[in-house]
Design a protein around this ligand. Sequence first.
Ligand code: DX5
Ligand code: ZN
Length: 215
Amino acid sequence: MTLKVSLSLLSADFGRLKEEIEAGTEAGADMLHLDIMDGHFVPNLSFGLPVIESIAQVAKIPLDAHLMVMNPDFYIEPLAEMGVKYMSFHSEVALHSHRLLQKVKSLGIKGGIAINPGTPVTSVVPLLELTDFVLIMSVNPGFGGQKFIEYSLEKIKYLKDFRAAKGLPFEIEVDGGVNDTNIGLLTAAGVDIAVVGAFVYKSGDYKKALCAFKL
Ligand code: DX5
Ligand code: ZN
């Protein structure tokens, strides 16, 4: 399978969001990754539904919403109406993660379960038959431009082996600190979707930066 790059807008220049979306798309991103924060699940804030509505009107590639919030249920229907294609929420906050995944999928969206670096990968095993994808956080969520946590590779390999052993179709997404030096290890470990933020948006040449992921 070809690697998909989900470009994180968190490191874009928010004062020029439309141009940043167009430039990232033109440079070859496959999806736009939207980091939705609430200042509670993570200490930081990014953007909420009104800004995403504007993003959705400009975007020409699929939207990949990553809910770093305490109450993911609140966001599901509004984001579905905005045409989001992928949506993940965190297992650490979802008391009824199985039911939430069913809800997301029932709206025709690819539903994913996300886990923090300190959460065991085995905790999502009961969801692997249902989920469309697993998002492995390879930094602690809340900020762009952090250093990749190596242990994430072990979690990705575990999921890849589990998927092969059971013949399951879920995708594996990695998020945080992805760059041109670790992408080879990540794809070898089993990654299908790489979230990339600072490596592209803090570079002087988005197209050149994204070339590193055209494997
Ligand atoms: C962190 C976010 C990430 C982040 C990735 O809370 O979930 O999506 O923006 O950005 P980089 O690639 O800069 O680590
Ligand atoms: Zn993210």
